[in-house]
Write a protein that binds this ligand. Structure first.
Ligand SMILES: Nc1ncnc2c1ncn2[C@@H]1O[C@H](COP(=O)(O)OP(=O)(O)O)[C@@H](O)[C@H]1O
Ligand SMILES: [Mg+2]
Length: 399
């Protein structure tokens, strides 16, 4: 008995390592797929004068990639700064240099005392009251020689002003021409590079644009297989496929469902992830989903007169056809809605409802793009689609 309890405890410990729905991946052995994106970043680091920008939707795995992008270098000092809304150009570089003192290469090298003193000197100069321009940052970098540096600025989308963003663009351009041992990687939420750094045509040559797409089924499958393998849990093909489909390419949901399913399985002393456990995983996973998603969804569907009307509309948005930009038209929603409810509702009604879902009172879950016949909608938070699907599934099956 005691042995069994000990085993369970061990497994639950492993579970927290292999499935981490909230925290980004920090170690290469828990990082799956993304070979192409990783190769692009590695190319940028290797190539003199080349820098990179990694962009994509929230939750696709950008920070995780940023965490392991330097893993294959032995002589590289990486620094990662997470940008926030209060940051200015100077505060970002101040943090970067501050972090630099503690930077460590993958082979374990750290800076010598003399080098640390030098970094301190650079920081003092940065903060001595003069206006911090890209040229100043460049001149400070020049004082840090002898090593290879990588500066990663994550959540770059948090930077408020165009001015700060352009300063980064100018810095990248100038470094590209003048400094050989430093690479800058910007990481942020965006549909394209322009959203993040504005339109800087002259950056094309020196700033490699790397889009982080949603995960492919194979990449998502690899997370499931590896994690469950380490927990000695088998999974049926159909349940595995369902988890992949529910996740809609967001690794967060893969981790979430696997975590809550496997937890229950381990606690019950079982070894098989079957449909019953998938249902539990969905239910517990949803209860542990971000509060923001839950409250917007709740606002979107609330209706005292007609309980399922809004729910059906939102479900139709999540399950209907989409284009390559994850947008859909009124007609797409209409087709799905009529299929779902067996009704023959007309365009006009649905348009009214879709517009309402763009308002604050209905949780502001959709964004409207274009006008007239070109009108399209998309979920403001791309993870909402997966959430709605999971929610619909819980409602369908009472556990
Ligand atoms: N390549 C990967 N392999 C396994 N899990 C991943 C991978 N990329 C991301 N994840 C998981 O997905 C979730 C979201 O990842 P994160 O890097 O925070 O995304 P983003 O920075 O794009 O918002 C986290 O739970 C993380 O552990
Ligand atoms: Mg991130």
């Amino acid at each position: 008995m005691e042995k069994e309890e000990k085993e369970k405890k061990e497994l639950l410990k492993t579970l927290n390592n292999v499935f981490s729905p909230i925290s980004p991946i920090k170690r290469k052995d828990f990082f799956f797929g993304r070979r192409i994106q990783l190769e692009h970043v590695v190319d940028a680091i290797n190539e003199m004068g080349q820098h990179a920008i990694l962009y994509g939707e929230r939750g696709v795995g950008k920070t995780s990639l940023a965490n392991i992008m330097y893993d294959s270098y032995t002589n590289l000092y990486p620094v990662k700064v997470t940008c926030n809304r209060e940051d200015e150009f100077i505060t970002l570089w101040d943090r970067a240099f501050k972090e630099l003192k503690f930077a460590k290469t993958t082979s374990g090298s750290t800076f010598s005392e003399i080098e640390i003193k030098n970094i301190d000197k650079v920081r003092t100069e940065l903060n001595n009251g003069q206006i911090v321009t890209p040229a100043l940052v460049e001149s400070l970098m020049r004082q840090l020689n002898g090593s290879k540096f990588l500066y990663i600025f994550d959540e770059f989308d948090n930077i408020r002003t165009k001015k700060i963003r352009s300063s980064f663009a100018d810095l990248v351009k100038s470094l590209s021409d003048n400094i050989e041992n430093t690479t800058i990687v910007l990481v942020g939420i965006g549909n394209d590079v322009e959203e993040l750094v504005g339109s800087h045509r002259s950056l094309e040559r020196c700033l490699k644009q790397i889009k982080m797409p949603r995960m492919s089924n194979d990449e998502a499958g690899a997370i499931i297989d590896n994690g469950l393998n380490q927990l000695d849990i088998k999974i049926s093909k159909t349940v595995r496929q369902s988890i992949i489909e529910f996740s809609s390419g967001f690794p967060h949901y893969i981790h979430l469902l696997c975590k809550y399913g496997a937890k229950e399985i381990i606690e019950n002393g079982k070894k098989e992830f079957n449909n019953a456990y998938l249902q539990i995983a969905i239910k517990n996973g949803i209860d542990n989903t971000s509060g923001h998603l839950r409250s917007s969804y709740q606002k979107a569907i609330v209706d005292s007169n007609n309980k399922s009307k809004w729910e059906n509309i939102v479900n139709s948005c999540a399950n209907g056809k989409t284009d390559t930009f994850n947008c859909f038209s009124t007609k797409d929603v209409l087709n799905e809605y009529n299929k779902l409810t067996g009704k023959t509702v007309k365009n006009g009604n649905i348009t009214y409802n879709l517009n309402k879902l763009c308002d604050k009172e209905r949780g502001e879950i959709l964004l409207k793009l274009g006008k007239g016949v070109n009108t399209r909608y998309r979920f403001i938070n791309p993870m909402m689609r997966a959430y709605v699907k999971l929610k619909a599934n819980v409602n369908k099956t009472s556990i």
